[in-house]
Design a protein around this ligand. Sequence first.
Ligand code: TEU
Length: 560
Amino acid sequence: QRTPDWWKSAVVYQIYPRSFCDSTGSGMGDIRGIISKLDHLQQLGVDVVWMSPAYTSPQDDNGYDISDYQDIDPLFGSLADVDELIEGLHSRGMKLVMDLVVNHSSDEHSWFQESRDRYSAKSDWYWWSDPRPGFEPGTPGAEPTNWASAFSGPAWHWDEKRGQYYLHIFSRKQPDLNWENPEVRKAVHGMMQWWIDRGVDGFRMDVINLISKTLPLEDAEVVPGQALSFSGSYVDGPRMDEFLHEMNQAVLKDNHLLTVGEAPGVSVEQAAKYTDPSREELGMVFQFEHMGLDEQPGHGKWALKPLHLPDLKANFAKWQHGLEGRGWNSLYWDNHDQPRIVSRWGDDSPEHRVNSAKTLATVLHLQKGTPYVYQGEEIGMTNAYFTSIEQYQDIEILNHWAEATALGADPEELLESYRTKGRDNARTPMLWDATDKAGFTTGEPWLEINPNHTEINVEAAVADPDSVFHHYRKLIGLRHDNEVVREGVFALLEPDHEQLFCYTRTVPGQPVLLVLANMSSQACTLPEDLRREGAVLLATHEERRDDELAPWESRIVELA
Ligand code: TEU
Protein backbone atom coordinates (compact mmCIF):
# COMPACT_ATOMS: atom_id res chain seq x y z
CA GLN A 1 0.00 0.00 0.00
CA ARG A 2 3.06 2.27 -0.38
CA THR A 3 3.08 4.35 -3.58
CA PRO A 4 6.35 5.85 -4.86
CA ASP A 5 7.28 9.13 -3.08
CA TRP A 6 4.36 8.79 -0.63
CA TRP A 7 6.67 10.19 2.01
CA LYS A 8 6.97 13.54 0.18
CA SER A 9 3.49 14.55 1.35
CA ALA A 10 3.80 12.96 4.80
CA VAL A 11 4.46 14.40 8.24
CA VAL A 12 6.58 12.25 10.57
CA TYR A 13 6.26 12.08 14.39
CA GLN A 14 9.35 10.99 16.32
CA ILE A 15 8.84 8.92 19.46
CA TYR A 16 11.68 8.45 21.98
CA PRO A 17 10.18 5.31 23.55
CA ARG A 18 11.78 5.57 26.99
CA SER A 19 10.13 8.99 27.53
CA PHE A 20 6.79 8.61 25.74
CA CYS A 21 4.41 6.53 27.87
CA ASP A 22 5.01 3.84 30.53
CA SER A 23 2.40 1.03 30.62
CA THR A 24 4.01 -1.06 33.40
CA GLY A 25 4.97 1.38 36.18
CA SER A 26 8.69 0.77 35.52
CA GLY A 27 9.31 4.52 35.15
CA MET A 28 10.44 3.96 31.55
CA GLY A 29 8.21 4.36 28.50
CA ASP A 30 7.50 1.21 26.48
CA ILE A 31 5.89 -0.02 23.26
CA ARG A 32 2.55 -0.86 24.86
CA GLY A 33 2.53 2.73 26.12
CA ILE A 34 2.92 3.90 22.52
CA ILE A 35 0.09 1.62 21.40
CA SER A 36 -2.14 3.20 24.06
CA LYS A 37 -1.56 6.66 22.52
CA LEU A 38 -2.15 5.99 18.80
CA ASP A 39 -5.43 7.91 18.86
CA HIS A 40 -3.50 11.03 19.95
CA LEU A 41 -1.24 10.69 16.92
CA GLN A 42 -4.19 10.10 14.62
CA GLN A 43 -5.94 13.21 15.99
CA LEU A 44 -2.77 15.22 15.38
CA GLY A 45 -2.89 13.97 11.78
CA VAL A 46 0.66 12.66 11.40
CA ASP A 47 1.26 9.98 8.77
CA VAL A 48 4.35 8.20 10.08
CA VAL A 49 5.88 7.29 13.43
CA TRP A 50 9.70 7.16 13.61
CA MET A 51 10.48 5.19 16.75
CA SER A 52 13.94 5.65 18.28
CA PRO A 53 15.64 2.33 19.18
CA ALA A 54 13.89 -0.20 21.42
CA TYR A 55 16.20 -3.08 20.40
CA THR A 56 18.15 -5.20 22.91
CA SER A 57 20.77 -2.85 24.38
CA PRO A 58 22.81 -2.23 27.54
CA GLN A 59 21.45 1.37 27.31
CA ASP A 60 24.87 3.02 27.48
CA ASP A 61 23.63 5.62 24.99
CA ASN A 62 19.90 5.08 25.63
CA GLY A 63 19.57 2.30 23.05
CA TYR A 64 21.81 3.72 20.31
CA ASP A 65 24.18 0.91 21.36
CA ILE A 66 22.50 -2.21 20.04
CA SER A 67 23.41 -5.76 21.09
CA ASP A 68 20.69 -7.54 19.06
CA TYR A 69 19.23 -5.81 15.97
CA GLN A 70 16.44 -8.38 15.67
CA ASP A 71 14.98 -8.39 19.13
CA ILE A 72 13.31 -5.91 21.48
CA ASP A 73 14.79 -5.08 24.87
CA PRO A 74 12.54 -6.35 27.71
CA LEU A 75 12.65 -2.77 29.05
CA PHE A 76 10.41 -1.78 26.12
CA GLY A 77 8.44 -5.01 25.53
CA SER A 78 8.67 -7.68 22.85
CA LEU A 79 8.64 -8.32 19.11
CA ALA A 80 4.95 -9.20 19.50
CA ASP A 81 4.39 -5.66 20.82
CA VAL A 82 6.10 -4.26 17.71
CA ASP A 83 3.85 -6.40 15.52
CA GLU A 84 0.82 -5.01 17.40
CA LEU A 85 2.18 -1.46 17.00
CA ILE A 86 2.61 -1.96 13.24
CA GLU A 87 -0.94 -3.33 13.02
CA GLY A 88 -2.29 -0.46 15.12
CA LEU A 89 -0.58 2.12 12.92
CA HIS A 90 -1.48 0.49 9.60
CA SER A 91 -5.14 0.10 10.64
CA ARG A 92 -5.18 3.88 11.25
CA GLY A 93 -3.56 4.63 7.89
CA MET A 94 -0.23 5.44 9.53
CA LYS A 95 3.22 3.88 9.01
CA LEU A 96 6.21 2.85 11.11
CA VAL A 97 9.83 3.88 10.49
CA MET A 98 12.49 2.18 12.60
CA ASP A 99 15.86 3.58 13.65
CA LEU A 100 18.76 1.87 11.83
CA VAL A 101 21.93 2.23 13.94
CA VAL A 102 24.66 0.51 11.92
CA ASN A 103 27.66 2.83 11.96
CA HIS A 104 28.37 1.06 15.24
CA SER A 105 26.93 -1.70 17.39
CA SER A 106 27.10 -2.25 21.14
CA ASP A 107 30.33 -3.82 22.43
CA GLU A 108 27.99 -6.45 23.92
CA HIS A 109 26.81 -7.53 20.46
CA SER A 110 27.89 -11.12 19.68
CA TRP A 111 29.55 -9.78 16.51
CA PHE A 112 31.93 -7.63 18.55
CA GLN A 113 32.56 -10.27 21.17
CA GLU A 114 33.54 -12.70 18.37
CA SER A 115 35.65 -10.03 16.70
CA ARG A 116 37.78 -9.65 19.84
CA ASP A 117 39.37 -12.95 18.77
CA ARG A 118 41.66 -11.85 15.93
CA TYR A 119 41.52 -15.35 14.41
CA SER A 120 37.71 -15.47 14.31
CA ALA A 121 35.54 -15.19 11.20
CA LYS A 122 34.48 -11.72 12.40
CA SER A 123 37.99 -10.50 13.10
CA ASP A 124 37.63 -7.81 10.44
CA TRP A 125 34.09 -6.66 11.30
CA TYR A 126 35.31 -3.69 13.37
CA TRP A 127 38.16 -1.15 13.17
CA TRP A 128 41.09 -2.79 15.02
CA SER A 129 44.54 -1.24 15.03
CA ASP A 130 47.95 -1.61 16.74
CA PRO A 131 49.21 1.19 19.00
CA ARG A 132 50.93 4.11 17.31
CA PRO A 133 54.55 2.99 16.60
CA GLY A 134 56.86 3.76 19.49
CA PHE A 135 54.10 4.00 22.08
CA GLU A 136 53.24 1.56 24.84
CA PRO A 137 49.58 0.34 24.67
CA GLY A 138 47.29 2.23 26.98
CA THR A 139 49.63 5.24 27.29
CA PRO A 140 48.48 8.71 26.14
CA GLY A 141 49.27 9.22 22.45
CA ALA A 142 49.39 5.49 21.74
CA GLU A 143 45.98 5.68 20.06
CA PRO A 144 46.25 4.96 16.31
CA THR A 145 44.91 8.44 15.40
CA ASN A 146 44.30 11.63 17.40
CA TRP A 147 40.53 11.48 16.85
CA ALA A 148 38.29 12.44 19.79
CA SER A 149 35.06 10.66 20.65
CA ALA A 150 31.82 12.68 20.34
CA PHE A 151 31.34 11.73 23.99
CA SER A 152 34.72 13.02 25.23
CA GLY A 153 38.07 11.25 25.46
CA PRO A 154 39.88 9.46 22.63
CA ALA A 155 37.94 7.67 19.85
CA TRP A 156 40.07 4.52 20.40
CA HIS A 157 39.96 2.05 23.28
CA TRP A 158 42.58 -0.60 24.13
CA ASP A 159 41.16 -4.15 24.29
CA GLU A 160 43.31 -6.41 26.46
CA LYS A 161 41.86 -9.61 25.03
CA ARG A 162 42.58 -8.75 21.41
CA GLY A 163 45.75 -6.81 22.19
CA GLN A 164 44.71 -3.95 19.87
CA TYR A 165 42.77 -0.66 19.89
CA TYR A 166 39.27 -0.43 18.44
CA LEU A 167 37.60 2.68 17.01
CA HIS A 168 34.50 4.22 18.62
CA ILE A 169 33.41 7.60 17.29
CA PHE A 170 30.82 7.64 20.08
CA SER A 171 31.04 5.89 23.44
CA ARG A 172 33.59 3.12 24.09
CA LYS A 173 30.59 0.77 24.26
CA GLN A 174 29.73 1.74 20.65
CA PRO A 175 32.49 0.21 18.44
CA ASP A 176 32.37 1.30 14.80
CA LEU A 177 31.49 -1.45 12.32
CA ASN A 178 33.90 -1.89 9.40
CA TRP A 179 31.81 -1.16 6.32
CA GLU A 180 34.79 -1.89 4.06
CA ASN A 181 33.97 -5.54 4.81
CA PRO A 182 31.25 -6.82 2.41
CA GLU A 183 30.17 -9.36 5.04
CA VAL A 184 29.23 -6.49 7.37
CA ARG A 185 27.21 -4.81 4.63
CA LYS A 186 25.47 -8.08 3.77
CA ALA A 187 24.57 -8.71 7.41
CA VAL A 188 23.06 -5.20 7.67
CA HIS A 189 21.05 -5.67 4.46
CA GLY A 190 19.73 -9.01 5.77
CA MET A 191 18.64 -7.45 9.04
CA MET A 192 16.87 -4.62 7.19
CA GLN A 193 15.04 -7.14 4.97
CA TRP A 194 13.94 -8.99 8.11
CA TRP A 195 12.28 -5.82 9.44
CA ILE A 196 10.78 -4.98 6.01
CA ASP A 197 9.25 -8.46 5.88
CA ARG A 198 7.78 -7.72 9.34
CA GLY A 199 5.90 -4.74 7.92
CA VAL A 200 8.18 -1.78 8.65
CA ASP A 201 7.73 1.14 6.23
CA GLY A 202 11.17 2.72 6.36
CA PHE A 203 14.34 3.59 8.25
CA ARG A 204 15.93 6.60 9.89
CA MET A 205 19.63 5.86 9.52
CA ASP A 206 21.77 6.92 12.48
CA VAL A 207 24.94 8.87 11.50
CA ILE A 208 24.86 7.02 8.18
CA ASN A 209 27.33 9.44 6.55
CA LEU A 210 30.08 8.24 8.92
CA ILE A 211 30.16 4.62 7.67
CA SER A 212 32.76 5.25 4.94
CA LYS A 213 36.14 6.18 6.44
CA THR A 214 38.90 7.76 4.32
CA LEU A 215 41.80 5.29 4.19
CA PRO A 216 44.36 5.06 5.59
CA LEU A 217 43.00 6.33 8.92
CA GLU A 218 45.09 9.39 9.70
CA ASP A 219 45.41 12.11 12.35
CA ALA A 220 43.02 15.03 12.05
CA GLU A 221 44.52 18.48 11.64
CA VAL A 222 44.73 20.06 15.09
CA VAL A 223 43.43 23.64 15.17
CA PRO A 224 44.19 25.12 18.63
CA GLY A 225 41.00 25.60 20.64
CA GLN A 226 38.87 23.80 18.06
CA ALA A 227 36.87 20.69 18.89
CA LEU A 228 38.50 17.48 17.65
CA SER A 229 35.35 15.36 17.60
CA PHE A 230 33.87 14.99 14.10
CA SER A 231 37.12 16.35 12.69
CA GLY A 232 38.39 12.96 11.61
CA SER A 233 38.34 11.77 8.02
CA TYR A 234 35.07 9.91 8.38
CA VAL A 235 32.36 12.42 7.41
CA ASP A 236 30.92 11.85 3.91
CA GLY A 237 33.78 9.47 3.10
CA PRO A 238 34.81 8.25 -0.38
CA ARG A 239 32.58 5.15 -0.58
CA MET A 240 29.36 6.72 0.79
CA ASP A 241 27.50 6.80 -2.51
CA GLU A 242 28.62 3.26 -3.31
CA PHE A 243 27.50 1.88 0.07
CA LEU A 244 24.14 3.67 -0.05
CA HIS A 245 23.43 2.63 -3.65
CA GLU A 246 24.36 -0.97 -2.83
CA MET A 247 21.95 -0.88 0.16
CA ASN A 248 19.29 0.71 -2.04
CA GLN A 249 19.56 -2.01 -4.66
CA ALA A 250 19.64 -4.77 -2.04
CA VAL A 251 16.68 -3.85 0.15
CA LEU A 252 15.19 -0.41 -0.54
CA LYS A 253 14.52 -0.25 -4.28
CA ASP A 254 10.92 -1.00 -5.31
CA ASN A 255 9.85 -1.24 -1.63
CA HIS A 256 8.91 2.48 -1.67
CA LEU A 257 10.25 2.90 1.88
CA LEU A 258 10.79 6.18 3.68
CA THR A 259 14.54 6.55 4.14
CA VAL A 260 16.15 9.47 5.97
CA GLY A 261 19.88 9.48 6.68
CA GLU A 262 21.05 11.39 9.74
CA ALA A 263 24.12 13.15 8.35
CA PRO A 264 26.09 15.34 10.77
CA GLY A 265 28.34 17.69 8.79
CA VAL A 266 26.69 16.98 5.42
CA SER A 267 26.87 19.78 2.85
CA VAL A 268 24.06 20.82 0.50
CA GLU A 269 26.07 19.52 -2.45
CA GLN A 270 26.56 16.10 -0.86
CA ALA A 271 22.91 16.03 0.29
CA ALA A 272 21.79 16.73 -3.28
CA LYS A 273 23.67 13.59 -4.30
CA TYR A 274 22.37 11.45 -1.43
CA THR A 275 18.75 12.45 -2.16
CA ASP A 276 18.85 12.63 -5.99
CA PRO A 277 16.25 10.01 -6.99
CA SER A 278 18.23 9.10 -10.13
CA ARG A 279 21.13 7.96 -7.94
CA GLU A 280 18.91 5.55 -5.95
CA GLU A 281 20.51 6.19 -2.55
CA LEU A 282 18.28 7.86 0.11
CA GLY A 283 15.00 9.74 0.09
CA MET A 284 16.21 12.52 2.38
CA VAL A 285 18.81 13.40 5.01
CA PHE A 286 18.86 15.25 8.33
CA GLN A 287 21.35 18.07 7.88
CA PHE A 288 22.76 19.91 10.93
CA GLU A 289 23.85 23.32 9.62
CA HIS A 290 20.93 25.25 11.16
CA MET A 291 21.48 23.39 14.45
CA GLY A 292 24.98 24.87 14.64
CA LEU A 293 24.00 28.54 14.25
CA ASP A 294 23.96 29.19 18.02
CA GLU A 295 27.42 27.83 18.74
CA GLN A 296 30.83 29.49 18.28
CA PRO A 297 32.06 27.95 14.99
CA GLY A 298 34.57 25.15 15.52
CA HIS A 299 34.28 25.23 19.29
CA GLY A 300 31.54 22.65 19.70
CA LYS A 301 27.96 22.79 20.93
CA TRP A 302 28.71 23.95 24.48
CA ALA A 303 30.33 27.22 23.30
CA LEU A 304 27.13 29.27 23.19
CA LYS A 305 26.38 32.10 20.76
CA PRO A 306 23.06 33.91 20.30
CA LEU A 307 21.17 33.08 17.12
CA HIS A 308 21.22 35.83 14.44
CA LEU A 309 17.91 35.39 12.59
CA PRO A 310 19.26 36.36 9.13
CA ASP A 311 21.75 33.48 9.46
CA LEU A 312 18.89 31.03 10.06
CA LYS A 313 16.84 32.41 7.16
CA ALA A 314 19.85 32.27 4.82
CA ASN A 315 20.53 28.67 5.81
CA PHE A 316 16.95 27.58 5.20
CA ALA A 317 17.00 29.37 1.83
CA LYS A 318 20.30 27.68 0.91
CA TRP A 319 18.81 24.24 1.56
CA GLN A 320 15.47 25.04 -0.11
CA HIS A 321 17.25 26.22 -3.28
CA GLY A 322 20.06 23.67 -3.04
CA LEU A 323 17.72 20.68 -3.21
CA GLU A 324 14.99 22.23 -5.40
CA GLY A 325 14.42 19.95 -8.39
CA ARG A 326 17.40 17.76 -7.34
CA GLY A 327 16.63 16.11 -4.00
CA TRP A 328 14.31 16.46 -1.02
CA ASN A 329 14.56 18.28 2.33
CA SER A 330 13.71 17.01 5.78
CA LEU A 331 12.39 19.83 7.99
CA TYR A 332 12.99 19.74 11.74
CA TRP A 333 13.52 21.82 14.84
CA ASP A 334 13.50 19.18 17.56
CA ASN A 335 14.64 15.61 18.11
CA HIS A 336 16.04 13.59 21.02
CA ASP A 337 19.49 15.20 20.57
CA GLN A 338 18.43 18.85 20.47
CA PRO A 339 17.05 21.29 23.06
CA ARG A 340 13.39 22.19 22.67
CA ILE A 341 12.86 24.88 20.05
CA VAL A 342 10.39 27.07 21.97
CA SER A 343 13.07 27.52 24.67
CA ARG A 344 15.99 27.61 22.23
CA TRP A 345 14.86 30.11 19.56
CA GLY A 346 11.33 31.01 20.71
CA ASP A 347 10.23 32.61 23.95
CA ASP A 348 8.96 30.13 26.55
CA SER A 349 7.75 32.82 28.97
CA PRO A 350 4.06 32.41 29.96
CA GLU A 351 3.22 35.48 27.85
CA HIS A 352 4.79 34.30 24.59
CA ARG A 353 5.24 30.50 24.73
CA VAL A 354 2.12 29.53 22.81
CA ASN A 355 2.46 32.07 20.00
CA SER A 356 6.19 31.54 19.62
CA ALA A 357 5.70 27.76 19.43
CA LYS A 358 2.97 28.26 16.81
CA THR A 359 5.04 30.71 14.75
CA LEU A 360 8.12 28.49 14.86
CA ALA A 361 5.92 25.64 13.63
CA THR A 362 4.47 27.76 10.82
CA VAL A 363 7.84 28.93 9.44
CA LEU A 364 9.10 25.34 9.38
CA HIS A 365 6.03 23.47 8.13
CA LEU A 366 5.32 25.87 5.26
CA GLN A 367 8.70 25.10 3.67
CA LYS A 368 9.23 22.47 0.99
CA GLY A 369 10.17 19.05 2.35
CA THR A 370 8.99 16.43 4.83
CA PRO A 371 8.37 17.88 8.32
CA TYR A 372 9.31 15.95 11.49
CA VAL A 373 7.48 16.61 14.77
CA TYR A 374 9.26 15.44 17.91
CA GLN A 375 7.18 14.17 20.82
CA GLY A 376 6.05 17.11 22.97
CA GLU A 377 6.85 19.70 20.29
CA GLU A 378 3.16 19.61 19.32
CA ILE A 379 2.18 20.97 22.76
CA GLY A 380 5.05 23.45 23.09
CA MET A 381 7.03 21.53 25.71
CA THR A 382 9.97 23.52 27.10
CA ASN A 383 13.53 22.73 28.19
CA ALA A 384 14.06 21.08 31.56
CA TYR A 385 16.01 23.91 33.29
CA PHE A 386 17.96 21.50 35.50
CA THR A 387 20.15 23.22 38.09
CA SER A 388 22.56 20.45 39.13
CA ILE A 389 24.64 17.87 37.26
CA GLU A 390 22.97 15.10 39.30
CA GLN A 391 19.72 15.68 37.44
CA TYR A 392 21.28 14.72 34.09
CA GLN A 393 21.54 11.20 32.65
CA ASP A 394 22.88 11.81 29.13
CA ILE A 395 26.30 10.21 28.54
CA GLU A 396 27.28 13.14 26.31
CA ILE A 397 26.71 15.60 29.17
CA LEU A 398 28.12 13.46 31.98
CA ASN A 399 31.32 12.60 30.08
CA HIS A 400 31.83 16.24 29.09
CA TRP A 401 31.27 17.39 32.69
CA ALA A 402 33.90 14.93 34.00
CA GLU A 403 36.44 15.95 31.36
CA ALA A 404 35.80 19.71 31.50
CA THR A 405 35.68 20.05 35.30
CA ALA A 406 38.92 18.04 35.54
CA LEU A 407 40.45 20.65 33.22
CA GLY A 408 39.22 23.47 35.48
CA ALA A 409 36.14 24.65 33.57
CA ASP A 410 33.67 26.77 35.53
CA PRO A 411 30.86 24.44 36.72
CA GLU A 412 28.21 27.17 36.52
CA GLU A 413 29.19 27.96 32.91
CA LEU A 414 28.99 24.26 32.06
CA LEU A 415 25.57 23.95 33.69
CA GLU A 416 24.37 26.96 31.69
CA SER A 417 25.55 25.25 28.48
CA TYR A 418 23.78 22.02 29.42
CA ARG A 419 20.60 23.95 30.35
CA THR A 420 20.70 25.61 26.93
CA LYS A 421 21.83 22.80 24.59
CA GLY A 422 21.80 19.48 26.49
CA ARG A 423 20.04 16.47 24.97
CA ASP A 424 18.19 15.69 28.22
CA ASN A 425 16.08 18.80 27.54
CA ALA A 426 14.31 16.70 24.90
CA ARG A 427 14.22 13.51 26.96
CA THR A 428 12.09 14.50 29.97
CA PRO A 429 8.88 12.46 29.95
CA MET A 430 6.01 13.33 27.62
CA LEU A 431 3.33 15.38 29.43
CA TRP A 432 -0.12 13.77 29.07
CA ASP A 433 -2.06 15.48 31.85
CA ALA A 434 -1.76 17.66 34.96
CA THR A 435 -1.60 14.80 37.51
CA ASP A 436 1.56 14.48 39.59
CA LYS A 437 3.35 12.10 37.17
CA ALA A 438 1.85 13.84 34.10
CA GLY A 439 0.13 10.60 33.09
CA PHE A 440 3.54 9.29 31.96
CA THR A 441 4.02 6.63 34.63
CA THR A 442 2.64 5.30 37.89
CA GLY A 443 6.20 4.59 39.06
CA GLU A 444 9.37 6.67 39.53
CA PRO A 445 10.22 8.36 36.18
CA TRP A 446 13.73 7.56 34.89
CA LEU A 447 14.27 11.32 34.29
CA GLU A 448 12.51 14.18 36.09
CA ILE A 449 9.12 15.24 34.79
CA ASN A 450 8.96 18.94 33.94
CA PRO A 451 7.06 20.67 36.78
CA ASN A 452 5.32 22.94 34.23
CA HIS A 453 3.23 19.93 33.18
CA THR A 454 0.43 21.39 35.30
CA GLU A 455 -0.09 23.92 32.48
CA ILE A 456 1.62 22.18 29.53
CA ASN A 457 0.09 18.76 28.77
CA VAL A 458 -1.81 16.93 26.01
CA GLU A 459 -5.15 16.86 27.84
CA ALA A 460 -5.21 20.65 28.28
CA ALA A 461 -3.92 21.25 24.74
CA VAL A 462 -6.54 19.08 23.04
CA ALA A 463 -9.29 20.80 25.07
CA ASP A 464 -8.08 24.29 24.07
CA PRO A 465 -8.93 25.21 20.45
CA ASP A 466 -6.23 27.91 20.50
CA SER A 467 -3.46 25.54 21.64
CA VAL A 468 -0.16 24.73 19.98
CA PHE A 469 -1.57 21.23 19.39
CA HIS A 470 -4.43 22.44 17.18
CA HIS A 471 -2.04 24.76 15.33
CA TYR A 472 0.16 21.76 14.45
CA ARG A 473 -2.96 19.78 13.50
CA LYS A 474 -4.01 22.56 11.08
CA LEU A 475 -0.50 22.91 9.61
CA ILE A 476 -0.42 19.16 8.95
CA GLY A 477 -3.86 19.45 7.36
CA LEU A 478 -2.63 22.28 5.12
CA ARG A 479 0.17 20.05 3.81
CA HIS A 480 -2.25 17.23 3.10
CA ASP A 481 -4.76 19.47 1.33
CA ASN A 482 -2.66 22.06 -0.48
CA GLU A 483 -0.40 21.29 -3.44
CA VAL A 484 1.43 24.62 -3.05
CA VAL A 485 2.50 23.60 0.48
CA ARG A 486 3.87 20.32 -0.86
CA GLU A 487 5.35 21.46 -4.17
CA GLY A 488 5.64 25.27 -4.21
CA VAL A 489 9.08 26.77 -4.91
CA PHE A 490 10.45 28.67 -1.88
CA ALA A 491 11.54 32.31 -2.14
CA LEU A 492 12.86 34.23 0.88
CA LEU A 493 11.78 37.84 1.41
CA GLU A 494 13.48 40.48 3.59
CA PRO A 495 16.62 38.35 4.11
CA ASP A 496 18.39 40.90 6.32
CA HIS A 497 15.44 41.71 8.59
CA GLU A 498 16.27 40.75 12.17
CA GLN A 499 12.69 40.13 13.33
CA LEU A 500 10.73 39.06 10.26
CA PHE A 501 10.87 35.63 8.62
CA CYS A 502 8.81 35.98 5.42
CA TYR A 503 8.76 33.87 2.29
CA THR A 504 6.55 32.75 -0.57
CA ARG A 505 5.73 29.37 -2.08
CA THR A 506 4.82 29.26 -5.75
CA VAL A 507 3.28 26.74 -8.12
CA PRO A 508 2.57 28.23 -11.57
CA GLY A 509 -1.14 28.71 -12.06
CA GLN A 510 -1.95 28.50 -8.37
CA PRO A 511 -2.35 31.30 -5.81
CA VAL A 512 1.00 32.21 -4.22
CA LEU A 513 1.28 31.47 -0.49
CA LEU A 514 2.87 34.22 1.59
CA VAL A 515 4.21 33.42 5.08
CA LEU A 516 4.57 36.40 7.39
CA ALA A 517 6.19 35.82 10.78
CA ASN A 518 7.51 38.01 13.56
CA MET A 519 10.20 35.87 15.20
CA SER A 520 10.67 38.22 18.17
CA SER A 521 9.08 39.25 21.44
CA GLN A 522 8.72 42.85 20.22
CA ALA A 523 6.04 44.15 17.81
CA CYS A 524 7.31 44.69 14.28
CA THR A 525 6.22 47.03 11.49
CA LEU A 526 5.38 45.24 8.24
CA PRO A 527 7.13 46.72 5.18
CA GLU A 528 4.66 48.20 2.69
CA ASP A 529 5.20 45.52 0.04
CA LEU A 530 4.28 42.77 2.48
CA ARG A 531 0.87 44.22 3.31
CA ARG A 532 -0.87 42.01 0.77
CA GLU A 533 -4.55 41.10 0.44
CA GLY A 534 -5.65 37.52 0.44
CA ALA A 535 -7.35 34.69 2.29
CA VAL A 536 -5.68 33.94 5.63
CA LEU A 537 -5.21 30.15 5.77
CA LEU A 538 -3.83 30.05 9.33
CA ALA A 539 -2.90 32.75 11.82
CA THR A 540 -1.81 33.07 15.45
CA HIS A 541 -3.91 36.16 16.10
CA GLU A 542 -7.60 36.79 15.35
CA GLU A 543 -7.31 40.58 15.45
CA ARG A 544 -4.71 41.58 12.86
CA ARG A 545 -3.27 44.92 11.77
CA ASP A 546 -2.03 45.11 8.18
CA ASP A 547 0.93 47.34 9.06
CA GLU A 548 2.31 45.55 12.11
CA LEU A 549 2.86 42.08 13.51
CA ALA A 550 2.46 41.57 17.24
CA PRO A 551 5.20 39.68 19.12
CA TRP A 552 5.43 36.14 17.68
CA GLU A 553 2.48 36.82 15.34
CA SER A 554 2.44 34.85 12.10
CA ARG A 555 -0.01 34.23 9.30
CA ILE A 556 -0.23 32.33 6.04
CA VAL A 557 -1.88 34.33 3.26
CA GLU A 558 -3.16 32.94 -0.04
CA LEU A 559 -2.49 35.94 -2.25
CA ALA A 560 -5.51 37.14 -4.24
O1 TEU B 1 23.41 11.34 16.84
C1 TEU B 1 24.64 11.65 16.21
C2 TEU B 1 24.96 13.04 16.45
O2 TEU B 1 25.49 13.71 15.61
C3 TEU B 1 24.53 13.59 17.75
O3 TEU B 1 24.90 12.65 18.75
C4 TEU B 1 25.28 14.83 18.00
O4 TEU B 1 26.59 14.65 17.58
C5 TEU B 1 25.36 15.09 19.44
O5 TEU B 1 24.17 14.66 20.01
C6 TEU B 1 25.61 16.56 19.59
O6 TEU B 1 24.58 17.12 20.31
C7 TEU B 1 23.00 9.99 16.67
C8 TEU B 1 21.84 9.76 17.61
O7 TEU B 1 20.75 10.62 17.23
C9 TEU B 1 22.32 10.07 19.01
O8 TEU B 1 21.25 10.00 19.95
C10 TEU B 1 23.39 9.05 19.37
O9 TEU B 1 23.94 9.40 20.63
C11 TEU B 1 24.52 9.04 18.32
O10 TEU B 1 24.07 9.10 16.98
C12 TEU B 1 25.29 7.73 18.43
O11 TEU B 1 24.45 6.68 18.01
